[in-house]
Design a protein around this ligand. Structure first.
Ligand SMILES: CSC[C@@H](O)[C@@H](O)C(=O)COP(=O)(O)O
Ligand SMILES: [Zn+2]
Length: 213
């Protein structure tokens, strides 16, 4: 499907939804120092051809401007003539869309996801068990034990993107980058937001449990 064949209504609705999520996450302090990026996919999906709206790079994500988002294709290239630059981490979004066919991807840097990613970085995953909010990730098994993957935080984004297929676990809708932040996805913005809130709750519980020991 070409980008121009996607309806204006669908494009506008993705932008409206991104704006709403951006505002909610900013209110939680989830975009310190212009960090973080968000995207929502539009139109039909095939692993070789898809489009998504993504935050433009380096903006203060706590304020709204007409230059907050742009549309890119599966290669992370802008679909329309624009002076805006897509997020520096657009290739990670593109890789996650290609691997999962999901509908939305959110990335935030928080103190809790940074601390946990470093603590378990050498091991390559954060082990978690016995927290009710694991169900918020869509895992309903009693007393489920999960492992949240942690990837190294290379300066070269393409090098990180290449590691995504090997790290991604179909049942876990997120990947940590060590000392950087988390990428979370869902079939739509509602689900991706629920996953992100569940992950961050889990990280805070784990952090506080360890701090009490
Ligand atoms: C300013 S620190 C954060 C960046 O290095 C990056 O990790 C990030 O999340 C935001 O980059 P951006 O290009 O604005 O999407
Ligand atoms: Zn980042």
């Amino acid at each position: 499907m070409s980008f121009t064949a996607i309806s204006l209504e669908e494009k506008q609705s993705a932008l409206d939804e991104l704006r709403k999520v951006k505002q909610q996450f900013a209110a939680r302090g989830w975009f310190p120092g212009t960090s973080g990026n968000l995207s929502i996919r539009v139109g039909e999906y095939s692993p070789d051809s898809f489009h998504f709206a993504v935050t433009s790079s380096g903006k203060d994500k706590s304020i709204h401007t007409p230059e907050d988002f742009l549309f890119v294709d599966e290669a992370g290239e802008p679909c329309e003539t624009t002076k805006l630059k897509p997020s520096a981490e657009t290739l990670i979004h593109a890789k996650i869309y290609r691997m999962t066919g999901c509908g939305a991807i959110f990335h935030v840097h928080t103190v809790f996801n940074n601390v946990l990613s470093e603590l378990y970085g050498d091991q390559g995953y954060v082990p978690v068990q016995g927290i009710e909010l694991i169900k918020g990730l869509g895992i309903w098994e009693e007393n489920a034990a999960i492992e949240i993957p942690v990837l190294p935080n290379y300066a070269d984004i393409l090098s990180i993107a290449k590691l995504v297929p090997g790290a991604l676990k179909p049942e876990i809708p997120g990947i940590l980058l060590r000392n950087h932040g988390i990428y979370v996805w869902g079939k739509n913005a509602f689900e991706a937001k629920r996953h992100l809130e569940a992950f961050e709750f889990i990280f805070e519980v784990e952090y506080r449990r360890l701090a009490l020991k």
